[in-house]
Design a binder for this molecule. Structure first.
Ligand code: SAH
Length: 211
């Protein structure tokens, strides 16, 4: 997601420690204290401007959500949405998806989402794709045994690559959608990119993959 640098974004995040986790190393193994309950934790890696994570939080009050993104400005727009939503069960985290084991104990995350991840179409950039095997290793560690990744994208190349990557890793493809919006999949919460691309007539792919 490309956004212009937002002035004051860093300070804005720092001034909202109730939503933005500033010392995430300290939360490792103690996320239930951050949320003040033992509800399951679902994360989105590459959460962008936060429409999905806040929408999910409002729809599912008994699940705790963490939106994770590496870009300060992008995360600041997500913070706008979190504040506006007043959802008590959502937090934001500015870290790299490759370093999640620093912030989550083994099995601490019940489920994870990837939505419209950067496609990195060039073969030499394969390692940067969020469904590359080294990322899968990281996700596997913080998820429970047989944990799941739910992935949506409009990018056919990345989708094909990811199906192969999941299956080469030994994961089970529990369900695959080749046109999510034409299916009877209910309670879909749209992301910013999903809204934008589906308006342009792009189909949306979805997969639920299980370790
Ligand atoms: N999920 C949102 C945004 C998709 S754009 C939507 O569907 O609208 C992809 C996002 O992933 C960008 O905001 C980018 O900053 C973030 N991202 C890319 N690589 C990342 C990484 N290694 N760790 C965390 N976030 C990453």
């Amino acid at each position: 997601m490309r956004v212009r640098k937002r002035k004051g974004a860093e300070d804005y995040l720092e001034n909202h420690p109730q939503y933005v986790i500033l010392n995430p190393e300290d939360a490792k193994g103690k996320w239930h204290l951050v949320f003040g309950n033992d509800n399951p934790i679902h994360i989105e890696v590459g959460s962008g401007k936060g429409a999905f994570i806040t929408g999910m939080a409002l729809q599912n009050p008994n699940i705790n959500y963490i939106g994770i993104d590496i870009q300060v400005s992008v995360l600041s727009y997500a913070l706008d949405k979190v504040i506006e939503s007043q959802a008590p069960n959502v937090r934001l985290l500015r870290v790299d998806g490759s370093s999640l084991t620093n912030y989550f104990e083994d099995g601490e995350v019940a489920l994870m989402y990837l939505n419209f991840s950067d496609p990195w179409p060039k073969t030499r950039h394969e390692k940067r794709r969020l469904t590359y095997k080294t990322f899968l290793e990281t996700y596997q560690q913080i998820l429970p045994e047989h944990g799941e990744i739910h992935f949506k994208t409009d990018n056919r190349g990345l989708f094909e690559y990811s199906l192969a990557s999941f299956s080469q890793y030994g994961m089970t493809l529990k369900q695959v959608w080749l046109d999510l919006h034409a299916s009877n999949y209910e309670s879909n919460v749209m992301t910013e990119y999903e809204q934008k691309f589906s308006e342009k007539g792009q189909v949306i792919y979805r997969v639920e993959a299980q370790f």
